[in-house]
Design a binder for this molecule. Structure first.
Ligand code: HEM
Length: 127
């Protein structure tokens, strides 16, 4: 059986620390982003934890995200926020910069770029 390459990233990276570093970098960008910043709550602690645990789980690590948050239902969870092309591209640009800053992900860039682009497009709910 063919393994999903996305769910093999965690074991290749080997530990959780790079995921938390990635998410810190990502939200440093969001904090400065005039389009995205207003969508998020003032305190970014919870969003950081949500995204880190989601990515760890999706990429093959521990399943704490679903244990704490239930089924991911990501499209539903994003419905309260207007996500059009501009918001999607801003999100992807921030993730792009964060990935470039964490060398542990360098070997997986093609898989990650495809995954994030595809998933961010799926989450769009506006023009
Ligand atoms: C397309 C552009 C996107 C925008 C504008 C956006 C925006 C947001 C906002 C405002 C939140 C609420 C903050 C929070 O409570 O965590 C959120 C939650 C979340 N987003 Fe996104 N997001 C986007 C794409 C993505 C993508 C591509 C992923 C994953 C690959 C993702 C993963 C998450 C996760 C895991 C949560 C927390 C859900 C929860 O457990 O409540 N988002 N997003």
């Amino acid at each position: 059986m063919q393994q999903d390459p996305v769910s093999m990233i965690y074991s290749a990276v080997g530990s959780e620390e790079p995921f938390f570093r990635l998410v810190d970098r990502f939200y440093e960008g969001v904090a400065e982003d005039p389009l995205l910043r207003p969508l998020y709550p003032e305190d970014l602690t919870k969003p950081k934890e949500h995204l880190a645990l989601f990515l760890i789980q999706r990429f093959g690590g521990r399943g704490t995200y679903s244990q704490e948050r239930g089924h991911p239902r990501m499209r539903m969870r994003h419905m309260p926020f207007k996500i059009g092309i501009k918001e999607r591209d801003a999100w992807l640009n921030n993730m792009d910069r964060a990935l470039a800053a964490v060398p542990e992900f360098a070997a997986h860039r093609d898989t990650l770029d495809f995954y994030f682009r595809d998933f961010a497009t799926f989450l769009m709910n506006a023009e």
